[in-house]
Ligand binder design. Structure first.
Ligand code: DGJ
Length: 736
């Protein structure tokens, strides 16, 4: 899977369908040769690839150590630095004690080993026995400054995934200022690609945008202290003509939850540099002598057969090698959350009433959301005071939990530990524990401030206080919320020359808090949340079993959000609930069954006052829960296909095929009805062509090849209508 051709000086990393080739030029410089479709032959690669060592333009400065005619800006590079002739966005930029910013990181050695190592304080993808993962570590060094870079590449053959990260070590005699430390850079000799990214805002996360590359830099980023609602670290580079089932597509993601950037830089020669890493804007890190700095890990996926195959690779990798712990492979309980049912207006009796009704229709977990602590009657106070609101829960949480358990339900609790209200005991005791800039008034978001998790003692305090809470109260689920982004980013605990480290140190602190709690309480199911999907990323998924996808529970808008999210993430990590109508975010009224179908493929639950439902609707809830329990393995372990997209069509069609291809669930949503609408055809995918599939509802039978190549017919029905088709295989290999 990873080989080194000593004579050619070429590393060859191979997954089942892709090859990644790196060459050592002149014994020093790492050139990037190829990332894309798998090749078997790499002898004479430099010659065959027509890689010129001779510059073709007088104008381009030559890097004399590498040859009098060698211009870095004409090459595809593996770890591009700055200062000796490459003018593209560098993968590394640093400043040395003498004020210089020139780095020359040259090859000094490498090792190849089975498996993969952990990344110190940062979360990373893991391996399991049988994965056949192999890691390549290449060491580069700058003789003048003593800086060393360790490049890590881990190959997951069956997933067609390669992970990359870099560790920098200061082996010199003076501190080095790290200013740009990308996790992965991939150079291409062409620019005929589209850049695909997922933008949004609160309640409208991960809308797909696809546009052709242009000369210059096109990038997305976050400087909010969280990966954010506004952009997601998952981006793609696709062939201009790529579709769901055709063409080359590269996917890039970062196992990180803080400030990031990801982009494609097209230079004057039409070469493209794809990059991802910690956002270099407003970042620096002082690396003292002997210290090292580990970048977050990047995930690289490649498909030569369109977006669907790329998504399938990401889905199973995220599900099986990012997500972890005892909930990974089991069906999670169907929950009811009281937030949209009561907001802050609840007491013990009201909660128990909601739970009783929920238990009677088959709900398995009751989640108590915001407002149970301190004196939190609205969102102006008490974050930080993680003890019961005695006005609402006079006996504390224990009697409530007992009553919930007596109903045969599990109990879950909302917390927002990273935040602090000015009106809180915690703030009064530790006013300097929030992120703030001395002399400047703190901006407030939702009337709250951000705790300074770059300070180890603040993290220790959180671990301690939450451990006590989770030990005292018998919770089986935690919703971990985070409802504002950072501003005035400085820490009272760091010297001036380390202030630009705060946002990254915060992430390291947060990961320690989450990792310790996860280790101490492995039986607690954890759902991440950041005002919905404001931190929906691979870093969080190393700790949270699932993430509340969006505060927008409208069944129509959810089709866009879930479709957009599905490019890089599986449904098994998306929290999705049925809520009341008119919808609280959009005011839209959608049929109850549509709301059920839209939420069902995710981690399913309800978030409404069940007392307001009619008997008929309650019966629907019972049926939805029964169906969900049966179909969850198809949604979460099966293969997902985007058949029709709400972006480009009047309908959304999602298809889920069970791992044995015997059960197929098709969901068809009419986004907008039309008068005199024609019947339109769409084809299913991933079926067994020679198998007969029976529609569970109508008894109609279809051959697999007919469903895949001729398809089904539907017309626009009425606005927002939803339909679920369950097709079951009745005969495989039967003769027609
Ligand atoms: C934002 C979350 O996304 C909501 O689901 C809810 O938990 C509120 N916070 C509570 O304040």
């Amino acid at each position: 899977m990873i080989s080194f051709d000593r004579e050619q000086q070429i590393f060859h990393l191979q997954t089942e369908h892709s090859s990644y080739l790196i060459g050592i030029f002149a014994g020093k410089c790492l050139l990037h040769i190829h990332y894309g479709r798998r090749v078997e032959h790499c002898a004479d690669m430099f010659a065959m690839m027509d890689k010129p060592a001779e510059s073709r333009y007088d104008w381009n400065p030559k890097c004399m150590e590498l040859g009098e005619q060698f211009a870095l800006c004409e090459q595809t590079l593996e770890l591009p630095t700055f200062g000796d002739g490459d003018y593209r966005s560098p993968g590394f930029h640093g400043e040395y004690a003498d004020g210089s910013t020139v780095s020359k990181l040259y090859y000094t050695g490498h090792r190849i080993f089975a498996g993969k190592q952990a990344l110190g304080e940062l979360p990373s993808a893991y391996t399991e026995a049988g994965d056949q993962t192999v890691t390549l570590e290449i060491t580069l060094a700058d003789q003048l400054t003593g800086l060393r870079a360790y490049l890590y590449y881990t190959v997951y053959p069956a997933w067609d995934i390669i992970t990359r990260s870099v560790r920098y070590e200061n082996g010199g005699t003076a501190p080095i200022l790290l200013k740009k430390v990308d996790s992965a850079v991939v150079d291409f000799d062409r620019m005929n690609f589209d850049f695909v990214h997922f933008y949004g805002t609160w309640a409208r996360e991960r809308q797909m945008e696809r546009r052709p590359l242009f000369y210059g830099d096109q990038s997305v980023d976050s400087s909010r202290g969280a990966s954010s609602h506004t952009q997601n670290p998952f981006v793609c580079l696709s062939a201009r003509e790529a579709t769901e089932d055709f063409g080359e597509v590269y996917g890039l993601n970062l196992i990180y939850s803080g400030n990031f950037h990801a982009g494609a830089y097209v230079d004057t020669f039409g070469k493209t540099r794809l990059y991802i890493g910690i956002n270099s804007f407003d970042f620096s890190w002082k690396l003292d002598c002997g210290e090292s700095f580990q970048t977050p890990e990047a995930i690289l996926a490649y498909s030569h057969s369109g977006f669907a195959a790329l998504s399938h690779r990401m889905h199973s990798f995220v599900h099986k090698r990012i997500c972890r712990g005892q909930f990974r492979d089991i069906r999670r309980p169907v929950l009811i959350n009281n937030w949209e049912a009561t907001y802050f207006d609840f007491d013990e009796e009201k909660l128990v009433k909601l739970a009783e009704k929920a238990a009677s229709v088959g709900v398995e977990l009751m989640v108590l959301d915001d407002g149970w602590f301190g004196h939190r009657d609205d969102d102006r106070s008490s974050l930080g005071d993680w003890y019961e609101h005695r006005g609402r829960l006079p006996g504390g949480l224990e009697p409530l939990v007992e009553r919930i358990h007596a109903l045969g339900m599990k109990f879950g609790l909302w917390v927002e530990p990273e935040m602090i209200s000015e009106d809180s005991e915690l703030y009064r005791a530790h006013p300097d524990w929030c992120i703030h800039t001395a002399g400047r008034r703190c901006s407030e978001g939702r009337h709250q401030l951000v705790l300074d998790l770059s300070r180890p003692e603040v993290c220790d305090y959180l671990i301690e206080i939450l451990s006590r809470l989770f030990s005292r109260v018998s919770v089986e689920y935690i919703k971990w919320d985070m409802n504002r982004n950072m501003t005035e980013v400085c820490s009272a605990a760091l010297p001036p020359d380390r202030q630009r480290e705060v946002a990254h140190r915060y992430m390291i602190g947060l990961y320690r808090v989450l990792g310790t709690l996860k280790q101490r309480f492995p039986h607690i199911l954890m759902e991440g949340c950041a005002g919905g999907g404001g931190r929906f990323d691979l870093g969080m998924l190393c700790y949270f079993d699932q993430i509340w996808l969006s505060d927008d529970t409208d069944a129509v808008e959810r089709q866009y959000i879930q479709t957009g999210s599905s490019y890089g993430y599986p449904f098994s990590v998306m929290g999705a609930h049925v809520s009341a109508c008119p919808n609280h975010q959009t005011g839209r009224v959608t049929p109850f069954h549509t709301r059920g179908y839209a939420a069902m493929p995710g981690q399913f639950g309800y978030e409404l006052d069940l007392d307001k439902l009619t008997e008929g609707e309650l019966e629907e809830v019972r049926q939805q829960i029964r169906l969900y329990k049966e179909l969850a393995p198809v949604f979460h372990d099966g293969t997902f296909y985007r058949i029709c997209s709400p972006e480009t069509d009047w309908k959304t069609v999602w298809e889920f095929v069970s791992p044995d291809r015997k059960t197929v669930v098709v969901e068809i949503f009419t986004v907008q009805a039309q008068a005199a609408a024609p019947m339109e055809r769409f084809c299913l995918k991933g079926l067994q062509p020679d198998a007969l599939y029976t529609d569970r509802l109508t008894g109609r039978q279809y051959w697999g090849d007919v469903l895949m190549h001729i398809g089904l017919m539907r017309a626009r029905k009425q606005d927002y209508d939803g339909e679920m088709l369950i097709l079951e295989q009745t005969a495989a290999g039967a003769k027609r």
